[in-house]
Design a protein around this ligand. Structure first.
Ligand code: PLP
Length: 419
């Protein structure tokens, strides 16, 4: 007999079966049973140190310990504390702050920023454009809001941004919609680790301008920079932001900024949405409509997390320490990735060009069977995606990652998966 449902029409049938958390839960349960050292958990999207412990940066730990009860529990302004917002803009852009009207609002992590961008700049039924390789939560953000997911091919055969595929999709969407929202996780991409070059970002911005030139239509380009702080040298990895200046008023750039990774505050749910626009009214509207949605959604943001960040940013010595700690973990992740890629080359396992970030992806047909086999035979937990396998280099130690490519090669051969 069919199950009775009390859900409203638009909610019927939805469930958040997240294969990342599911694989992580299985890995944790097995580790509890047989010992942590016998299980390799490559599913977690957080930095774990070489002993498998979740990292909270020292400078952040100290800032939290300094907080007063009032700073921890007070209701903050809906938009966010003004010093926190200035700090987000500063930390996000560094020396590459684009010219234009820049405004920020606090959000519930990067996810909150993505939610508001989709909710307020596309309409029900619209298609929102993302890359084929993307974080699974994008689909939920769109589908939950009654939008459709439209993908274009992120990378060319030779491993560069696929401008032709992007242009084709944008042209089509602009022809049929008033607004076209595009989300680009182009820096230390989850799941591939690809980083778009400054020229690629520039070409994207210029094409957006051209696509809506002389039209009563808008493009909203959302740059999801969740892994920015682990994507390269501090200032060098931020220069692409300059490509967002001097765009026409019907191209609005929104940066989805988060403290989840850069400040290791994943569960504290704090981030910011930051706009860059050449039009002051568009900037004011950005604050007004998104603040309204915050009020209707989560109300105000986490006071403790905002105050902790503001207190670090008020002290240049602590900012230096923050940068040094991030650089240390960036280097560690790079070392882990280098071990894996070298061994993958030796074992003939293909991966999508990895530059930086928390994940490496192995393109493959039959990913699920390979992951199942690795779990069963090797106690290795990875995340099967539609078009491949995701390995979290942020959470697997150098010792654990050594030899992993060979295990994967074996599972590929055994299951007959195709790369
Ligand atoms: N964007 C991408 C691609 C991510 O992988 C994540 C986190 O995993 C986020 C954004 C934002 O996460 P949060 O909402 O925790 O800040």
């Amino acid at each position: 007999m069919a199950k009775y449902s009390a859900a409203a029409v638009q909610a019927k049938g939805k469930s958040a079966e997240d294969n990342i958390f599911a694989a992580n839960n299985r890995a944790t349960a097995l580790a509890d049973k047989i010992g942590k050292d016998k299980v390799i958990n490559g599913t977690v999207g957080s930095i774990l140190d070489e002993d498998g412990q979740l990292v909270m940066l020292d400078v952040i730990q100290r800032a939290y310990k300094r907080l007063t009860p009032r700073e921890i529990v007070a209701y903050a302004p809906i938009q966010g504390y003004p010093d926190f917002l200035e700090d987000c803009i500063d930390q996000c852009f560094g020396a590459s702050r684009p010219a234009g009207y820049i405004r920020a609002l606090s959000t519930s992590g990067g996810t909150g920023a993505l939610h508001h961008a989709v909710h307020n700049y596309s309409s029900p039924g619209d298609e929102v454009l993302i890359t084929d390789w993307h974080w699974g939560a994008y689909d939920s953000v769109m589908i939950d809001a009654g939008r459709k997911v439209r993908t274009f091919s992120f990378l060319t055969e030779d491993g560069h941004f696929n401008m032709a595929s992007f242009e084709e999709a944008v042209t089509d969407l602009v022809a049929k919609q008033y607004n076209t929202v595009i989300i680009l996780n182009g820096i230390a991409n989850n799941p591939t680790g690809y980083c778009m070059t400054d020229d690629e970002w520039g070409a994207v911005a210029q094409f957006c301008a051209k696509a809506v030139e002389g039209k009563d239509k808008n493009i909203i380009l959302v740059a999801d920079v969740a892994y920015l702080d682990y994507s390269g040298e501090k200032e060098a990895c931020r220069t692409f932001f300059k490509k967002f200046e001097n765009l026409p008023k019907n191209v609005l750039t929104i940066v989805a900024y988060t403290l989840s990774k850069g400040f290791t505050l994943y569960g504290q749910r704090i981030g910011a949405m930051i706009c860059v626009t050449s039009d002051e009214d568009v900037a004011q509207e950005f604050v007004d409509i998104n603040q309204y949605s915050s009020r209707a959604c989560w109300s105000n943001s986490n006071s403790a997390a905002m105050k902790a960040m503001a207190s670090i940013c008020a002290n240049p010595e602590e900012v230096k320490e923050l940068d040094a700690e991030r650089a240390k973990y960036y280097k560690l992740i790079q070392e882990r990735a280098a071990i894996f890629m070298k061994e993958a080359d030796e074992a003939g396992v293909k991966y999508v060009p990895y530059i930086s970030g928390f994940f490496i992806t192995l393109p493959m047909e039959g990913a699920k069977a390979v992951c199942d086999d690795l779990e069963k035979e090797e106690r290795v937990f990875l995340v099967p995606l539609k078009k491949g396998i995701r390995l979290a280099v942020c959470s697997v130690s150098k010792k654990e990652i050594t030899g992993l490519a060979a295990k994967i090669a074996k599972a590929i051969a055994k299951t007959g998966a195709k790369q």
